[in-house]
Design a protein around this ligand. Structure first.
Ligand code: UDX
Length: 457
């Protein structure tokens, strides 16, 4: 008897928290739809297999052992792309040979496609040679990619710019200003190798589609514009964290759950949650200004200071002497928090954030308004959209204790802060209302194909 084979997908994440999380969430969505899921990962930041018994894993030698890549550089992103080519190719060839060798009636899985993070663009070379279909996962907003492509199309129109232009609008890119250029600029221009890397990252090679951790209702015009450019189907099936039935944490760092007990002891809607995500590094001066800004705001706060996130320090040694003692029960500092749980906690009323895309989606879904402190890349675009278009966040333009104090108070206890809250509630409601079939998703397109087989026959 011929048994129908199960379809499998191979996922290739970029091994940093803000990218691993959405890829595993996507894997969980696909698994819940009947796919078997294999995660082909680098040795660096390998996922914890025991957290995800629903997936199979394959480890690729990234050749980066002994190198500190905790802050990704152009060089190590290229190295990773180069070094993983052979391991992935060998794995795929072996898999294809095994598939061929299997008896017709054996119930093995059949590889249907590879889904890779856009930073892992080496996958395109490998799958094109082997004629395996691929799909690119975009882990950031459509607005960011749109701004990147617009600038990459005509860099001479944007660079170099003058210091006096920093607050001027970026041509064709409302609401961005020159200071929000989402590339690392050196002397008000962007070096050609950086532009080259961004071109590689924005290219989709021979991929047959793109999947987005965003929503049609949130980014309709940007998505349509990008779809015109790429001319392949787009699947904006976010927010992944609300769609994925993932049971366990995708956290690379150990979460400190004791902060939830601390939140339980705080009044409803009283706490500002402070976290700058998994990659950002700030200097000790900013740490100190933030510490005094939070202290002087007189609002309760939960503050994530990630080890290694303060340049030149192991952890939070640069905090003012006796800071934690002085703050007492009103503040809590942890190394890493269970962020989604924190944002969903009734005590949390505001989020002081770097505006990474995952944090952005997580906070909107929990109706928590923001203070935006972006540092680089998409964070700058997200912050402008959050503050100027969606109007759910205050932008922190000056990192100075009195400004931080005032902004925290404005968010937590002013009429303007209440307006932000109202808008973020509306935004969340629109997102929830929009999660339907009005724009085809990967999942419902497969369902439609499957469900129509018998009626047509
Ligand atoms: C990086 C880039 O900085 C960001 O601009 C890009 O959009 C994705 O890659 P990252 O710094 O990791 O992102 O920020 P973000 O996208 O917000 O992802 C951070 C993830 O870590 C979130 O899912 C958040 O819930 C989680 N997190 C963060 C924790 O679980 N605990 C924490 O204490 C802090």
């Amino acid at each position: 008897m011929k048994v129908e084979r199960k379809q499998s997908v191979i996922l290739v994440p970029y091994p940093f928290q803000g990218h691993v999380t959405p890829m595993l969430q996507l894997g969980s969505i696909l698994h819940s739809q009947g796919f078997s899921v294999i995660v082909a990962h680098t040795e660096y930041n390998a996922p914890n297999y025991s957290n995800h018994p629903e997936f199979a894993f394959h480890s690729m030698n990234d050749g980066l052992q002994g190198i500190d890549i905790s802050l990704p550089s152009l060089e190590n992103m290229y190295d990773m792309n180069e070094n993983c080519k052979v391991p992935l190719r060998n794995f795929l060839v072996r898999m294809m040979e095994e598939e061929e060798e299997e008896e017709e009636d054996v119930q093995g899985d059949q590889l249907s496609c590879i889904i890779y993070d856009n930073v892992m663009f080496f996958v395109d070379d490998v799958v094109t040679q082997l004629r395996i279909p691929s799909i690119v996962l975009r882990t950031f907003s459509a607005a960011y990619l749109h701004s990147m492509l617009t600038i990459l199309g005509q860099p001479e129109k944007y660079f170099p710019f003058e210091d006096s232009q920093l607050l001027d609008p970026l041509p064709e890119l409302h609401p961005l200003r020159f200071k929000d250029v989402p590339f690392p600029a050196v002397n008000n221009t962007v070096p050609e190798p950086v532009l080259e890397f961004c071109r590689a990252m924005s290219d989709i090679g021979s991929s047959v589609a793109t999947i987005w951790n965003t929503m049609q209702d949130l980014e309709n015009s940007m998505l349509l514009c990008l779809q015109g450019h790429y001319k392949v189907p787009f699947f904006p099936i976010g927010p992944f964290h609300k769609m994925a039935p993932l049971a366990s944490s995708t956290s690379i760092l150990q979460e400190d759950n004791s902060c939830i007990e601390w939140l339980d002891r705080q009044a409803p809607n009283s706490v500002v949650y402070v976290s700058l995500g998994s990659l950002v590094r700030i200097d000790d001066k900013e740490l100190i200004e933030t510490a005094w800004g939070l202290a002087n705001s007189e609002q309760p706060f939960l503050w994530v200071i990630r080890p290694g996130s303060i340049s030149g320090f192991q952890w939070a040694e640069a905090l003012p002497d006796g800071f934690e003692k002085m703050i007492g029960e009103r503040g809590r500092i942890v190394k890493w928090a269970p962020q989604k749980q924190v944002l969903a906690h009734p005590a949390v009323a505001g989020f002081f954030t770097h505006c990474g895309w995952n944090s952005t989606l997580e906070t909107i879904c929990e109706e928590v308004p923001l203070i935006c402190r972006p540092l680089f890349a998409d964070q700058l675009v997200n912050a402008r959209y959050l503050s100027q278009i969606y109007k759910v966040g205050f932008e922190l333009e000056v990192i100075e204790r009195t400004v931080i104090e005032k902004t925290v108070r404005k968010l937590m206890i002013s009429e303007e802060g209440k307006d932000l809250k109202k808008r973020v509630v509306e935004m969340k409601q629109n997102i929830v209302a929009g999660i339907d079939m009005s724009f085809p998703s990967l999942v419902n397109t497969y369902d439609m194909n499957e469900n129509c087989k018998a009626p047509l026959r």
